[in-house]
Design a protein. Structure first.
Length: 96
């Protein structure tokens, strides 16, 4: 499975579909989700994208970071361990 990409500074106007379309310039998008807040009609301004390969993930980070979508410059970086759904085992062993 490819690594997740964290996308920050997403415009309130942007939808999951628009985010997926933006990243599909680079390659095949497996999923694109904008995190929802307490009010399901508004989102939190950040989300996650999964590309079909690690190479496409790296290209998306390099090429789409700081590009504009719906009037907002996106922050595009690799998601941290805990957002990857595969955190290191030592964390779980120490904190159980």
């Amino acid at each position: 499975m490819s690594k997740k990409i964290y996308v920050g500074k997403i415009s309130p106007k942007t939808t999951d579909g628009q985010l997926a379309k933006h990243f599909s310039q680079i390659g095949r998008v497996i999923s694109a989700t904008i995190s929802k807040g307490i009010n399901p009609e508004k989102h939190t301004g950040h989300g996650y994208v999964v590309m079909s390969s690690d190479m496409e993930t790296e290209q998306a980070i390099k090429k789409l970071n700081n590009l504009e979508l719906d009037g907002s410059r996106l922050k595009v970086i690799e998601a941290n361990y805990f957002d990857q759904d595969r955190a290191p085992n030592y964390y779980y062993k120490r904190h159980r």
